[in-house]
Design a protein around this ligand. Sequence first.
Ligand SMILES: [Ca+2]
Ligand SMILES: [Ca+2]
Ligand SMILES: [Ca+2]
Ligand SMILES: [Ca+2]
Length: 337
Amino acid sequence: MKDMDSKRLVYLPLIAAAFALNATIAGAAGPTPEAPVGPTLQPEGLIAPPEIVPGIVPNATPPTAPALPALNSDFNSDGTPDIVWRLRGNSASKGANVLWLMNGTSYASAVTLPAVTDLNWFIAGTGDFNGDGNTDILWRNNKPGPTNTQQGRISVWLMSGSTYLSTVDLLSVVDGDWHIRGAGDFDGNGSPDIIWRNYVTGANTLWLMDGTNLLQSSALPSVGDRGWNIYGSGDGDFDGNGTPDIVWRNEVTGANTLWLMNGTTFSAAVSLPAVTPDVGWQICAFGDYSGDGKPDLVWRNYTTGANTLWLMNGTALSSTAALPAVASPDWKLESPR
Ligand SMILES: [Ca+2]
Ligand SMILES: [Ca+2]
Ligand SMILES: [Ca+2]
Ligand SMILES: [Ca+2]
């Protein structure tokens, strides 16, 4: 591994007012989300936990200091991270966004967020970017092409609870090879920092933020093998050192790995249980649902529609808990990550 060249990032200042995110702020008057409103629980037997490949033993590091960062996806401030969904695909409701409010490891209710029918916009993460105690939603527009006049824009939806307030634009990154893969407060200044991975070069970097302002880039080790991808961070402080850690999954081999971080510096890589890639499970989100102070993993099976929590004890899987199934693979489970 070697450090990447952060100069590859191209920053284009934007005039926020001229580029307000083209959200349809119709709220509940917009298209009716399909599955997540009133989801039907599949019979328990149909929700198989992700398969664990024997023989790959995680090197669990005992949790130490229980200094937990603020929850980055707790929209209703009840202490449980909530789950953000976005509907892609070509249905009449495409562009719908829905919040699942969670009660511990159980689904409690769904809230419709404003729709964004332009599918060039991706939900890139969540976190409190303006420091008002409310979780905000990070967006990136990334579909390079001559017809996309907004390529590279990055916007934050400032929220009040689950209510949209306003949009703030960040610096733009036009290069579509760079993807935002999550957000977490790595330098401990209270602002979520943004994790980037370059899908072509394998470079990885952090944007250290002061609210919605970029302070500086901080290079992470490069990972040239494109089978590996970052699936997020969010509230995922797995070793309890006060710094969020970064979850990697290899979609070719099924291996899952955690980068333990010491602030903005890579510290060590440890294995998580592997999940064979041919069974349809994708790792999607990270937050403490069981309330034991340790982050859990949210899996979604885009083949069967099942959703499952891995309740974790550090880097060790202790049990699984089924979430309501959402049949349509067009519903993307986006956050917390
Ligand atoms: Ca909550
Ligand atoms: Ca906020
Ligand atoms: Ca920070
Ligand atoms: Ca940590």
